[in-house]
Design a protein around this ligand. Structure first.
Ligand code: NAD
Length: 367
């Protein structure tokens, strides 16, 4: 029985994880699978209960599970805590504890949602991009970092961008492996005209590429990539990049799809994968049953595919999401025109209903 650790976290995290569990139960029923769910604390709610954003019990729970499904962490209540106690420290900590060095963020425009994108329909129609972001190296973890008072007055603050050959090698391998099963194109994004760490990144990516002759490698500076993503996103298949650049570019790619609420992610590398929506805890709508649960539901689909090898079941979730959208149901964040606006829990019920019906995309009827 696959054991799934649930870390709902803060704000809308709790609401969207609840809907993803509803979907996994529907999948379990249809395919005769028994999932075991066990819940743990992370982020601000963990800090409130235990004075730590990542209690050791949560780490143990995740290490003992087959996969982890996380909601989101953070909120204004915890904004003034010191860095090591902030909710985000829980998130960085669990990624580190699980050895997750690769973050996969698909940005795909679902049929019927091209109108939700801030870009012209003809620019975004059919895009299917996978941003692969290095997750445990680079400037977010580099040492030294800190602050110093200057004798001349004022303060100096600094961070360090560091990459090792090994860190670049393993993420590049993963990117080429995945690209080989998609459209066979990797765009490696760096700032090699300025940064020493980017020059090493380029060298290693080129070396790894020699073992994947069937995959086309393109190199691009991050500023150009930011521009190309809005100019011609259809040119991208897999974007491979560093922690900092990936953080920014994946949010930009997210907006091509029209809503943060539609974007799932997977973090891989260690023995246990972690799956979470790209969005945060959305304190402005938390507790109102308005959040879009589809990013978390699609994260659950990635969990089935990447951690449990349940490809048919993952596809069933993605088909049901597509069916719900094609039938005209929308949460507020993606609502437009003559759609039917539904709440978080209603969207969960609808997707679960389509899973039970075994809907094929395009064949969705009204419920
Ligand atoms: P956010 O993603 O929480 O929200 C940005 C905007 O998008 C808000 O207007 C929000 O209402 C909307 N939004 C986000 N997810 C949505 C959904 N599923 N359905 C409908 N609308 C949605 O980003 P933020 O406001 O910058 O950050 C809020 C808190 O979340 C902060 O404490 C931040 O640190 C944290 N955060 C956490 C994560 C994470 O847990 N992975 C990621 C980003 C931000």
């Amino acid at each position: 029985m696959p054991k799934i650790a649930l870390l709902p976290g803060d704000g809308i995290g709790k609401e969207v994880v609840r809907e993803a569990v509803k979907i996994l139960l529907a999948v379990g029923k249809r395919y005769n699978l028994d999932f075991v769910f066990e819940e743990g604390l992370i982020g601000g709610s963990a800090y409130d209960a235990t004075s730590s954003p990542l209690p050791p019990k949560t780490i143990d729970l995740c290490l003992g599970a087959d996969a982890v499904l996380l909601g989101a962490v953070g909120g204004p209540k915890w904004d003034d805590l010191p860095g090591n106690l902030r909710p985000e420290a829980g998130l960085l900590g669990i990624r580190k504890a699980l050895g997750l060095y690769a973050n996969l963020r698909p940005a795909r425009v679902f049929p019927g949602l091209t109108g939700a994108s801030p870009l012209k329909e003809k620019v975004v129609s059919g895009i299917d991009i996978l941003v692969i972001r290095e997750l445990t190296g680079g400037i977010y973890f580099g040492e030294p970092r800190g602050r110093e008072k200057l004798v001349s007055g004022g303060t100096k603050a600094y961070d360090t961008m560091v990459y090792t050959t090994e860190e670049v090698r393993r993420i590049a391998e993963l990117a080429f492996e995945i690209a080989a099963k998609r459209c066979g194109r990797v765009t490696s994004v760096d700032k090699a005209n300025v940064l020493e760490s980017s020059r090493l990144w380029r060298e290693v990516v080129r070396q790894v590429h020699q073992r994947y002759p069937d995959v086309v490698l393109t190199e691009m500076y991050v500023d150009n990539c930011a521009m190309q993503l809005v100019r011609d996103p259809g040119q991208f298949d897999v974007i491979l990049t560093t922690n900092l650049f990936g953080d920014i570019l994946s949010d930009e790619a997210a907006m091509l799809t029209g809503s943060l609420g539609m974007l799932p992610s997977a973090s891989l590398g260690g023995s246990v994968g972690l799956y979470e929506p790209v969005h945060g805890s959305a304190p402005d709508i938390a507790g109102e049953n308005k959040a879009n649960p589809l990013a978390t539901i699609l994260s659950a689909a990635m969990l089935l595919r990447y951690s449990l090898g349940l490809h048919q079941e993952a596809q069933a979730i993605e088909d049901a999401v597509e069916a719900a959208l094609l039938a005209g149901y929308r949460t507020l964040d993606i609502a437009a025109g003559s759609c039917q606006v539904v709440s978080t829990s209603q969207m969960g019920d609808l997707v679960a209903g389509f899973i039970r019906q075994g809907s094929q995309p395009g064949k969705a009827g009204a419920l």
